[in-house]
Ligand binder design. Structure first.
Ligand SMILES: [Zn+2]
Length: 299
C-alpha cells in the first residue's frame, strides 16, 4: 500500500512507533469513509497526500520542519476531504443541511472532515498517534486542524495575502520571513503547502489535468442539476456547464487564475527563499508560469 510506504519512507512509523497493522487499518478506514463522487473521492485525498509528500522531500523544507510537522501534514492531506458529500458549503447551507446546522454555517465541510478524521483516530484500532508524547500530540492536532481548515476556499484570499506579505518582506530584508523554530510560523507554511497541493490537479501533466477537470466539472453539473430541481440558488460558475464546453473552459481558466496560480506562485517563491538568494526568488516570483519552479516540477 503506497500510503503506508510514505509513512515508512519518512521514518514516521519508527519515530512515532506506529504499529503496521494500525496504520493499515487507519488508511483502509479513511479510504472507506471517502465516497464514490466524481472528484471528491479517495483518489483526490490520495493525490493531495502524494503531492504534499513530494514537496516535503524538498531538502530545504525538510530541514525547516519537525517530524511532528511532517506527520501532521501528510495525515491531514490524506484526510482533508474525508466523508465529503459531493456538494459545496454553499449548497449545504442553502439546503439547510444537518451539517450546516451542526457547524453554524461556518466552514461546514472543513469542520466535518477534521471531526471525521479525529473520530477515527480516537478509536484504538486506527490510532496512529497513540504513542506520541502529550506535547507532540497537542502540536500535531493543532497543525492538522489548521491544515484542513486552510483548504476552505473562503480563506484563500487571506492566506494568499499573508504569503504575499511574507514574500515582500523577504525581498526587502533578505531575511526568511518565517522563524522555523516557532510552531505557529511552521504551521502557516504547512497550511499554504496543503492548500496548494489541494489545488494541484490543474498543474499536473495535461492528460491527468484533463481528467481532474472533467471530474470536478461532473460534480459541479450534478450539484447544479440538484439545485435547479429544488429551486436552490446555483453558483454562477456552475451555470450552463452541461450544455457548453465554452462555459466549462471559462470556469477552469477562472479557477486557475483566481485559485491555483496565486497560491502556487507564492508558495514556490517562499520555498525557494529557504535556499536561494533574493534575486533568484524575485525571478521565480516574476516569471512563474506553470510547473517549472522548485519541487512542483516533480508533479
Ligand atoms: Zn480537496
Amino acid at each position: 500500500m503506497y500510503v503506508v510506504d510514505v509513512y515508512k519512507e519518512r521514518a514516521l512509523t519508527t519515530t512515532f512507533q506506529i504499529d503496521d497493522a494500525i496504520l493499515v487499518n487507519f488508511v483502509t478506514a479513511v479510504a472507506q469513509r471517502y465516497h464514490d463522487h466524481p472528484f471528491h473521492n479517495f483518489r483526490h485525498g490520495f493525490s493531495v497526500m502524494q503531492t504534499t509528500y513530494i514537496l516535503l522531500r524538498d531538502a530545504a523544507l525538510a530541514d525547516a520542519l519537525s517530524a511532528v510537522d511532517v506527520l501532521a501534514a501528510i495525515t491531514s492531506a490524506l484526510c482533508h476531504d474525508i466523508d465529503h458529500p459531493g456538494v459545496s458549503n454553499e449548497h449545504l447551507i442553502a439546503s439547510g443541511s444537518a451539517l450546516a446546522l451542526l457547524y453554524n454555517d461556518r466552514a461546514v465541510l472543513e469542520n466535518h472532515h477534521t471531526f471525521t478524521m479525529f473520530d477515527l483516530l480516537l478509536k484504538p484500532q486506527y490510532n496512529i498517534l497513540a504513542n506520541l508524547e502529550q506535547d507532540q500530540y497537542d502540536e500535531c492536532r493543532k497543525t492538522m486542524i489548521s491544515c484542513i481548515m486552510a483548504t476552505d476556499m473562503k480563506v484563500h484570499v487571506s492566506l494568499c495575502s499573508r504569503l504575499q506579505a511574507s514574500a515582500f518582506k523577504f525581498f526587502e530584508t533578505g531575511v526568511f520571513p518565517y522563524n522555523t523554530d516557532v510552531h505557529s510560523d511552521r504551521e502557516q507554511m504547512l497550511e499554504a503547502l496543503v492548500h496548494a497541493c489541494d489545488l494541484s490537479g490543474q498543474t499536473m501533466m495535461p492528460t491527468l489535468a484533463a481528467q481532474w477537470e472533467q471530474r470536478v466539472l461532473a460534480e459541479f453539473i450534478r450539484q447544479a442539476e440538484e439545485e435547479e430541481s429544488k429551486d436552490l440558488p446555483v453558483a454562477p460558475f456552475m451555470l450552463g456547464l452541461a450544455e457548453s464546453r465554452l462555459a466549462q473552459v471559462k470556469t477552469q481558466i477562472d479557477f486557475i487564475n483566481y485559485a491555483v496560480r496565486p497560491v502556487r506562485r507564492l508558495f514556490v517563491c517562499l520555498t525557494a527563499c529557504l535556499c536561494v538568494e533574493v534575486s533568484v526568488c524575485g525571478v521565480l516570483y516574476n516569471t512563474y508560469s506553470g510547473n517549472f519552479c522548485s519541487g512542483f516540477g516533480y508533479i
